[in-house]
Structure formats: C-alpha cells, structure tokens
Design a protein around this ligand. Structure first.
Ligand code: AMP
Length: 283
C-alpha cells in the first residue's frame, strides 16, 4: 500500500490511475479503524479498481478541544489493517496540507439538515464535516464515495452536498457493523468503562425493540417507549427521534415519509454514542 502525506503526491498517483480509466473508490475516516471501517474498505474494493482511504482527524468538526485531544490515533495498527485488506493507497495528511492558508471552502445551503439531532448538540460540527469532505473529494476526485449508515445524518448531509454540486460521484451507504452484543462499532467505544460498555448495549437493544414495535404501535408510542426504557436504565439521552430519513424532520406517522429512521445519541461515561435503525425504506 502506498502512503501519501501530501496532496501533490497523492494526485500524481491518482492521475496515472485515472488516465488508465481505473475506477477509484474513496473511504474517508478519522482512523482508529475497526471492523466498521474495514467493511467500508471491503465494499469499496469489491466495486472499484483502486481504493484510497484517508485518515485525518479533522479539527474543524470538533467543537470540544478535549474530544479532539482524546481521539485515538493508533496509526501503526491502522496501516497494518489496511495493508492486510489490500487497500491500495492511504492518504495521511497534516492539518496544513488539508487547510492551506489560501484555501477557500465553499459554503452550502444545507436546508436545515444540519440543525437537528447531532447538529443541535454540536453547533458547527456539520459545517466542519462538509468542509473536510468537500476538500478531500476535490483532492481525490473518486468515482465512488463510501460512507457508513452509522453516521446517518452525516450521510444525508453529504448526499445533499453532492446533489448541490451536481457531482457525478456515486455515494454508497454501508450498513452499520455491530459488536456481537449489538453495540454499533465506534472508535470511541474504547473509552467506555466495563460497566459503561454493558450499559451501552441497551442502545441497540432499544432500537431493535423500536423496530419490532413499529410494526404495530404508533410512532409516538414507539418513541415514548424507547425513551422511557433508556431513562429507566439511567442512560442520559441527547435525543431519540423518529425522522423522515431524507429530510431528517421528526414525523408522527409512517405515511409522512418514504424512508423512516429512528436515530439516537446517548451519553455513557461521557462518551456520545450514536446509533440508528431504518424502520422503513422505499423499495
Ligand atoms: P469515522 O472514522 O468515525 O469518521 O468514520 C469513517 C466512516 O466509517 C464514516 O463513513 C462512518 O459512518 C463509518 N463507520 C463508522 N463506524 C461504523 C460502523 N460501525 N459501521 C459502518 N460504518 C461505520
């Protein structure tokens, strides 16, 4: 696997691949890779000729300096895992490489998609996400971009951005990869205590329960039950919303949207754990 630390070196490599009409798949990450990330890479490998993975802990999407400082960075292990999988290129830029002084980042009208759920709890977060993904796409110019359903709102916002850009990039959503007990894999899970790790399992349990209940109960009742279950178990909920999966607006009935998703973020041991489940999707 080639490791590129500069934009220029990566672009040079990709230029050759592009001139050979090779299909480029791109997987942006912040590292501390787990099976969720690796599934993105595997999915990308199955659909493209050349896979570029980036590892960049983007400071502009962190409102909280401590969260940024505490973000795990096991780079040697990440490199080993990517090599084993057969990833072709790793982009490992510095902050200066991504944000040179003369960089002008475009702003996009996110149509309120960035105002709810994560956006309401992390002001400025999605502006940072959009900024870094736009910059990375500008550098890599992939044919396909692979992102996880785990960050449901992020996916919806990037989909919206690509639409506004009239981008030909194919955006692929990869399902959530979970631990055997159901907890959605996340780089932040290693910060959980043993007791916290046990409690965290209740998040996916709640979502699976919601999926079952949605077959017979109203969405209002499903939401109330989920919140009361989490609260009974002393979990601190940032939000639990049942939303239109495209517009990200809260809805009360299934017929208000073609895709219906339950999204939640719960705090355990001071770690924000995101999870979601699609209750209904257009076929
Ligand atoms: P991150 O390194 O957290 O920025 O994540 C990089 C990409 O991996 C994003 O597109 C995430 O949605 C995706 N991802 C993270 N965790 C998972 C998971 N458990 N299952 C599937 N995709 C994931």
């Amino acid at each position: 696997m080639y490791i590129f630390k500069t934009v220029q070196a990566l672009k040079q490599y990709l230029k050759t691949k592009q001139s050979q009409q090779q299909q480029i798949g791109f997987v942006p990450t912040m590292g501390a890779l787990h099976l969720g990330h690796l599934t993105l890479i595997r999915t990308a490998l199955a659909q493209n000729d050349v896979i570029v993975c980036s590892i960049f802990v983007n400071p502009t999407q962190f409102g909280d300096q401590q969260d940024l400082d505490l973000y795990p960075r096991p780079i040697e292990r990440d490199i080993e895992q990517l090599e084993q999988l057969g990833c072709h290129a790793l982009f490992l830029p510095t902050v200066e490489e991504i944000y040179p002084e003369d960089l002008v980042s475009p702003t996009f009208d996110l149509a309120g998609l960035d105002q709810t759920m994560e956006g309401a709890h992390r002001p400025g977060h999605f502006a940072g996400v959009v900024q870094v993904v736009h910059r990375l796409l500008d550098i890599v110019a992939p044919n396909s971009l692979f992102m996880g359903q785990k960050d449901y709102q992020q996916f919806a916002i990037i989909k919206h951005m690509l639409k506004l850009m009239n981008s030909p990039i194919k955006l692929v959503r990869v399902p959530i990869v979970r631990e055997p007990d159901g907890l959605a894999m996340s780089s932040r899970n290693i910060r959980l205590s043993e007791a916290g790790r046990k409690q965290a399992q209740l998040i996916s349990q709640t979502l699976f329960q919601a999926q079952e209940e949605a077959k017979t109960l109203s969405l209002k009742a499903v939401k109330e039950n989920a919140i009361s279950f989490l609260t009974q178990h002393n979990l601190s909920i940032d939000y639990f919303e049942i939303i239109d999966g495209d517009q990200l607006r809260t809805i009360d009935t299934f017929d208000q949207a073609t895709t219906v998703t339950a999204c939640t973020t719960v705090n355990v041991d001071g770690v924000r754990l995101l999870d979601n489940i699609i209750l209904k999707e257009r076929t």
